[in-house]
Design a protein around this ligand. Structure first.
Ligand SMILES: Nc1nc2c(ncn2[C@@H]2O[C@H](COP(=O)(O)OP(=O)(O)OP(=O)(O)O)[C@@H](O)[C@H]2O)c(=O)[nH]1
Ligand SMILES: [Mg+2]
Length: 625
């Protein structure tokens, strides 16, 4: 399925020709009938000599309604440029031709209508005039067909030419990402909300859940029609009317895009490659206000020139468009830039990044990124996406590199195997960032070990915060860092692999005194903090090593006594259903104070759980800490 779009100056006979070719009057508004001119987009369809069906979008020629023309021209495959033989090339002939050229519409036919009004010599002059206007545009080699909607002369030839132009049109890609830029919204009694547009990039089916971007509204497809015929499924390239359930027509407008839920995220900035028209009356300047027409949307914007002071006629450059309102746009979308007043078409562009950062001008790194985004190989684009100091999910990589998930996965696998990217669980990063992070971890841990030689390691959480990693990212990264020999993981501590806490001889003497003191009364341990020379670093180090266990502030047990008391508590629970402070006190001939401290410590660890005066097993089984 393909769409033919008319183009051309006012009154040159576009709508009359469409009517004559299709039997459908594209001017459906009363005002259009009264004024004898097209104001809004008109829609018709026809069967060509080859038997194929094609849609026609008829546009207004009047300069004042060029925005309507722009809302319709976005999805067309073949242009039908209409030039009245009696008038020849006129201002909107040129402007529409500029727009078709900037949008890259390269298939088309020129109808020299009203040939009944001129003689052969005049017609030859008009042919030359039109050929000259087409020169250097995408429609340079389009056939010129003299015809008349009144006498019917040349219409068979015109239909045959449209048929061959459609043969040359590219087939519509189906990338499984259906989106429909909405060009009309209305309600039908008994049906409710209906939107129309040209379906691109994927299929839609009745019953499907959809989202209206950039508004983020959800709806369900209640019915589909194409050319007034009910269909169950619409293929890309088709003009479709979509009947939506669950949404009111006044919530929607032209310019919104119907897509799959979550497929399009609204954006207020676009990086693009821009090309100016050949007849600017003044160069484009940095920060100038413009109007952007993309899909069926129209939005005010500021134009930031990234690689040029100014853009002259027929020049190209990298730009960032800062939009006044969010729109739904995607990589590769083409658009037109106009001056709001006095109204003029200035340039056309292609989106190369639909969610860019704000850029400073004339930055080589930024320009290089744009070049890769626009024309790099998939490998270049994935590497470019992984160029930052952060981890990305598969979806983020695919989005930035403009690849499908499957292609992005294959490319990432290849890059990981080649040692140019790293995968940590569901996250990916570039090799440079990975090396940099490994170096930073090494430096942080060396400094920590130097400052705290007695500690076994730095709390993981502290390192994670310093590296600015999300918890789920660190959880995936840490085991790989350990496997690569960068760190050693000790439960919730991280250390350099070769780090061993070491006491000075003086500290070793204090540690011996602590051990001795705890061994003297294992179950009712004296306070070791009062011993001469004791400092918290030594206690922490002994606790780190697992030689002592702190069960309450200032209360430590030797490891053996601790293990014995814990085992006895759990045994009692398993044998008798519970353990109490009194039981523990009697069993170890200690005081209530220590028995209580131990059980409360076990409650905190969720190894036991308090029920009234007794303890039962908690939610965690015992693991050595
Ligand atoms: N003699 C003659 N008159 C024509 C022909 N085609 C159109 N006309 C007349 O030209 C006038 C304008 O025709 P339209 O079809 O409305 O022109 P248009 O290009 O659609 O105009 P806009 O939509 O306003 O841009 C009408 O009065 C038509 O009857 C033709 O082949 N021969
Ligand atoms: Mg018309």
């Amino acid at each position: 399925m393909h769409v033919i779009g008319t183009a051309g100056h006012i009154d040159h006979g576009k709508s009359t020709l469409v009517y004559r070719l299709t039997g459908i009057d594209p001017d459906r508004l009363a005002e259009e009938k009264r004024r004898g001119m097209t104001i809004e987009l008109g829609f018709a369809w026809l069967r060509l000599p080859s038997g194929r069906e094609a849609s026609i979008i008829d546009v207004p020629g009047h300069e004042r309604f060029i925005r309507h023309m722009l809302a319709g021209v976005g999805g067309i495959d073949v242009a039908l440029l209409v030039v009245a033989s009696d008038e020849g090339v006129m201002p909107q002939t040129r402007e529409h031709l500029d727009i078709l050229d900037l949008l890259g519409v390269s298939c088309g036919v020129v109808a020299l209508t009203k040939c009944d009004l001129v003689d052969a010599d005049w017609l030859d002059l008009v042919r030359d005039d039109v050929r000259l206007a087409l020169l250097g545009t995408t429609l340079e080699s389009a056939p010129l067909i003299a015809c008349s909607a009144i006498t019917g002369a040349g219409l068979d030839e015109l239909l045959a030419a449209l048929d061959s132009a459609l043969d040359a049109a590219r087939p519509h890609p189906d990338r499984g990402r259906p989106h429909l830029p909405i060009d009309r919204v209305f309600t039908l009694a008994g049906f409710g909300t209906v939107v129309t547009g040209t379906l691109l990039d994927g299929a839609l089916s009745v019953g499907q859940e959809v989202e209206i971007a950039p508004r983020g509204l959800r709806a369900r497809i209640r019915g589909l029609q194409s050319h007034k015929t009910k269909i169950e499924r619409a293929e890309p390239g088709r003009r479709v009317a979509v009947n939506l359930a669950g949404i009111s027509f006044d919530e929607l407008q032209r310019g919104d895009v119907l897509a799959l839920p979550g497929a399009l995220s609204p954006t207020v900035r676009l990086d693009a490659h821009l090309r100016t028209v050949g007849n600017l009356d003044a160069p484009l300047t940095h920060n100038m206000p413009v109007t952007v027409h993309l899909g069926s949307a129209e939005v005010a914007a500021r134009l930031s020139l990234l690689d040029k002071q100014e853009l002259e006629s027929d020049q190209q450059g990298w730009v960032q468009l800062r939009l006044a309102e969010p729109i739904a746009a995607a990589h590769g979308d083409r658009f037109i830039v106009r001056r709001p007043s006095p109204s003029a078409t200035l340039a056309g562009g292609v989106v190369v990044d639909d969610h860019p950062l704000r850029h400073r001008r004339f930055v080589p790194r930024v320009l290089r990124h744009l070049e890769i985004a626009a024309a790099g190989t998939p490998e270049d684009r994935v590497l470019d996406a992984l160029g930052g100091a952060n981890f990305l999910t598969l979806d983020e990589v695919a989005g930035r590199a403009n690849l499908t998930s499957a292609d992005a996965t294959a490319m990432l696998d290849h890059l990981v195997a080649a040692g140019r990217a790293v995968r940590a669980g569901a996250f990916y990063c570039g090799m440079a960032y990975w090396r940099d992070m490994a170096r930073q971890i090494g430096e942080t841990l060396s400094a920590f070990h130097l400052r705290q030689p007695l500690r076994r390691g730095l709390p993981s959480e502290e390192l994670r915060v310093r590296l600015k990693l999300a918890p789920e990212v660190w959880a995936a990264v840490a085991p790989i860092m350990e496997a690569e020999g960068i760190v050693r993981l000790l439960n919730d501590l991280v250390a350099l692999p070769d780090h061993e806490p070491r006491f000075t001889p003086q500290q070793e003497r204090v540690a011996a005194a602590i051990r001795e003191s705890l061994a003297s009364q294992p179950y009712a341990p004296p306070s070791v903090e009062a011993l001469p020379g004791v400092e918290s670093a030594i206690l922490d180090a002994l606790a780190d090593r697992g030689e002592i266990v702190g069960i309450a502030p200032g209360v430590y047990l030797g490891r053996a006594a601790y293990d014995e008391m814990v085992a006895a508590s759990l045994q009692s629970i398993d044998a008798r259903g519970s353990v109490t402070v009194a039981m523990l006190r009697d069993r170890f001939q200690t005081s209530r104070k220590y028995a209580l401290a131990l059980l409360e410590h076990l409650d905190d660890q969720r190894i036991t759980r308090r029920v009234g005066d007794a303890r039962v097993r908690g939610s965690r089984s015992l693991s050595r800490t």
